[in-house]
Design a protein around this ligand. Structure first.
Ligand code: ATP
Length: 270
C-alpha cells in the first residue's frame, strides 16, 4: 500500500530535447545532478562535494518534473516521485515511515533520482500555532533531512525537490548539506514559448503556413503545460472541421477558446 503513493519509473520517456525555453536550467541541472552520477571522479579530483539536494522552484507547469525525469533518463537511473502532500499523514510516525521507505526504495534501485514535488507541504514556515499536526509534519521533514545526511554525496542517489511557493519555505531546508542548490524555473519568454510550441507539435500534422513566432506573441503568460493544451486544442479544431491538417487559424481559435474559458472561470468564481 505504501508504494502506491510513490511513482516509480525505470526509464522515464523524457529527454532534454523535449524541454523548451529553459536551456540555462537544463545546464544547471545537468551539472548539479547528472555529472555527479556520470563523472564522480572529477569531483574527487577537484576535491569538492557535489550538491546534496537540488531545489527547483517556479510557477506550475514550467517543466520542473520534466527536468527531473530527463536526468533520470540520461543517467539510466530509476525515477522515484513522491508528492510532499502525500507525506502529510494523520497518524504519528506515518510520514517519517514513508520517508524511510522512499530512501529504502532508492537504495534498492540505485542509481536513483528521488523527486519530491510540492516540498512546501512539509517545509513551510509555521511561525504561530504549533498544533500537534504541525509537529508531526515537522518530524517528517526532519526525517527527510536526516536521510539526506545519511547518504554519501558521491553515492548513486540524487534528490531533487520542487515547489511553486518558494517564499513560504522554511529556510532551514536550504542550508548547506541540504537543498543547497537552488534553480529557478520561470515561465517561458517569447522565444521559449515558440520552442515549446515546436516541441509539442513535432508529432502533429501542422500546415507549413503556421507561424509559431506569431503564436508565441499571442500567448504571453502561458506556461509550458498551457502551451501543450493549446496544441491539443488546435488539433481538436481541425478534427471538428473534418480536416487532418492543422492550420494557423486552428491555433488562433484555440487561443480564443482558452481565453474565453479562462474568463468564464473568473466570472464563475467571482
Ligand atoms: P508543477 O509545479 O505543477 O508540478 P512542473 O513545473 O513540474 O509543474 P511539468 O510537470 O514538468 O511541470 O510540466 C507539465 C507538462 O507541461 C509537461 O508534461 C509538458 O508536456 C509541458 N511542459 C511544461 N514545461 C515545459 C517546457 N519547458 N518544455 C516543454 N514542455 C513543457
Amino acid at each position: 500500500a505504501r508504494a502506491q503513493s510513490m511513482e516509480i519509473t525505470e526509464k522515464p520517456a523524457v529527454g532534454y530535447e523535449d524541454i523548451g525555453g529553459i536551456d540555462e536550467q537544463v545546464r544547471e541541472v545537468r551539472e548539479a545532478v547528472e555529472q555527479p552520477l556520470t563523472d564522480p571522479e572529477i569531483f574527487d579530483e577537484v576535491g569538492i562535494e557535489p550538491p546534496s539536494g537540488v531545489l527547483l522552484y517556479g510557477p506550475p507547469g514550467t517543466g520542473k518534473t520534466m527536468l527531473a525525469k530527463a536526468v533520470a533518463n540520461k543517467t539510466d537511473a530509476t525515477f522515484i516521485k513522491m508528492a510532499g502532500s502525500e507525506l502529510v499523514r494523520k497518524f504519528i510516525g506515518e510520514g517519517s515511515r514513508l520517508v524511510r521507505d522512499l530512501f529504502e526504495m532508492a537504495r534498492e534501485r540505485e542509481p536513483a533520482i528521488i523527486f519530491i514535488d510540492e516540498i512546501d507541504a512539509i517545509a513551510t514556515t509555521r511561525s504561530e500555532s504549533k498544533t500537534s499536526g504541525d509537529a508531526e509534519v515537522q518530524r517528517t521533514m526532519m526525517q527527510l533531512l536526516s536521510e539526506m545526511d545519511g547518504f554519501e554525496a558521491r553515492g548513486e542517489i540524487r534528490i531533487i525537490a520542487a515547489t511553486n511557493r518558494f517564499d513560504m519555505l522554511d529556510r532551514a531546508i536550504l542550508r548547506p548539506g541540504r537543498f543547497d542548490r537552488l534553480i529557478e524555473v520561470p515561465e517561458p519568454d517569447r522565444d521559449g514559448r515558440e520552442q515549446i510550441l515546436e516541441i509539442h507539435t513535432r508529432g502533429m500534422n501542422v500546415n507549413d503556413a503556421v507561424d509559431f513566432a506569431d503564436l508565441a506573441d499571442d500567448t504571453t503568460g502561458y506556461s509550458g503545460a498551457e502551451i501543450e493544451s493549446l496544441a491539443t486544442e488546435a488539433g481538436m479544431f481541425a478534427i471538428r472541421n473534418e480536416r487532418e491538417e492543422i492550420t494557423h487559424q486552428d491555433f488562433v481559435d484555440a487561443i480564443e477558446k482558452i481565453e474565453d474559458d479562462d474568463s468564464s472561470e473568473v466570472v464563475a468564481s467571482a
